[in-house]
Design a protein around this ligand. Structure first.
Ligand code: KG4
Ligand code: ZN
Length: 336
């Protein structure tokens, strides 16, 4: 079964064709990122307008790359219906509805976070996570730990009380003049940095719950950069980037390990843009190995927003819905 996935929840416009939930035939991603670099963050109206510009060419390119001559060769459509920026979401949702109606194809609305989970099923070798499992999602909009039980339902264990982890990377990168999005710039600088030079807090590391908080960490970085002694030399910037990344990784890994232990879970699935970070992936893999936990994390190129995970989610969790009933929802949650 070939599913065309469509994802437009933020600043990426993506379309992908996935066969039987695990064979990736194409995954095209256009991004309005360059426009947001100037402002250091996503401007919702700009993102929506750019979605409109890209959506049809991106779908055409995804079909072409998959070797599918037209939508008649597709069995179903899947589209992100939330959470995300409402204007951006509506572009994908309304396009998918129009195509589903015109070509008389089933339409599956998908939760964006489910896409970050099911992208881990895109393994032609057939390695698949099976619930019960712990799902860690760390992106620009979300930082959550959820349990997926054997019936497939999600239970929210904890989440960030303020900034998402990716958002913290973006804000700190802005302070350190490392561009947008912040994650890749900080990761690159951190490679050359000494994480011990600056001492940063580990917010909520020892709190008796699975929640996170990253805004204090950003404030601590702000305070350091405002001190007269910080001159933004390459070495100072690298050391502060390394200290920040180490703090974020330590907190995320510690809470995840605690959640696995407390709930006797033997599978960890991770997803979201911050998983593109090698230090985080390596630390999670190391801890899972020690605990005898099966660890799934996407390739860096599939960690950030893409439609491949949306198509895979529709295959493994089908949700065919009459096109007229499909609506974009900015605050959609995975745990109901
Ligand atoms: O999942 P995603 O593409 O979009 C949302 O659903 O939010 O995640 C984007 C976030 C951005 O905040 C970006 O800075 C972060 O993922 N990110 C990274 C890296 N690459 C992207 N964070 C840390 N290290 C990276 N290499
Ligand atoms: Zn995302």
């Amino acid at each position: 079964m070939k599913i065309l996935g469509i994802e437009t929840s933020c600043d990426e416009t993506s379309a992908a064709v996935v066969e039987d939930g695990c064979h990736l035939l194409s995954n095209v991603v256009a991004s309005s990122l360059a426009l947001h670099t100037i402002s250091g963050g996503v401007i919702p109206e700009t993102a929506a307008r750019e979605q409109l510009r890209y959506i049809l060419p991106v779908i055409e390119a995804a079909l072409r790359e998959a070797g599918v001559p037209s939508l008649n060769g597709i069995d179903a459509l899947a589209v992100t219906r939330g959470p995300g920026l409402i204007g951006a979401l509506m572009v994908g949702v309304e396009t998918a509805k129009t195509l589903a109606y015109s070509f008389n194809k089933p339409l599956h609305p998908v939760n964006h976070l489910a896409g970050h989970l099911f992208v881990n099923y895109l393994d032609a070798a057939g390695r698949k996570p099976t619930p019960p499992l712990l799902f860690l999602v760390v992106s620009g909009g979300h930082t959550q730990l959820l349990i997926q039980d054997i019936s497939g339902r999600f239970l929210l264990l904890g989440e960030t009380l303020d900034d998402a982890a990716g958002e913290a990377f973006d804000k700190v990168a802005r302070l350190l003049k490392l561009g947008y999005p912040g994650g890749p710039g900080i990761e690159k600088m951190a490679l050359a940095g000494n994480p011990q030079r600056f001492s940063l807090p580990r917010p909520m590391l020892n709190s008796d719950n699975f929640d996170f908080s990253f805004s204090g960490l950003k404030t601590a970085v702000l305070r350091l950069t405002k001190e007269g002694t910080f001159n933004f030399t390459a070495t100072e910037t690298a050391d502060l980037a390394a200290a920040f990344q180490a703090a974020v990784v330590e907190v995320i890994v510690a809470k995840t390990v605690r959640a696995l232990r407390a709930n006797h879970l033997k599978t960890l699935v991770a997803g979201g843009g911050v998983l593109a970070n090698k230090a985080l992936r390596t630390a999670l893999a190391f801890e899972c190995e020690k605990l005898g936990v099966r660890f799934f994390s996407p390739l860096p190129s599939l960690s950030t927003d893409n439609a491949a995970g949306i198509a895979a989610a529709a295959f493994f969790r089908p949700n065919p819905t009459p096109w007229l009933a499909v609506r974009a929802e900015a605050n959609l949650s995975l745990s109901g």
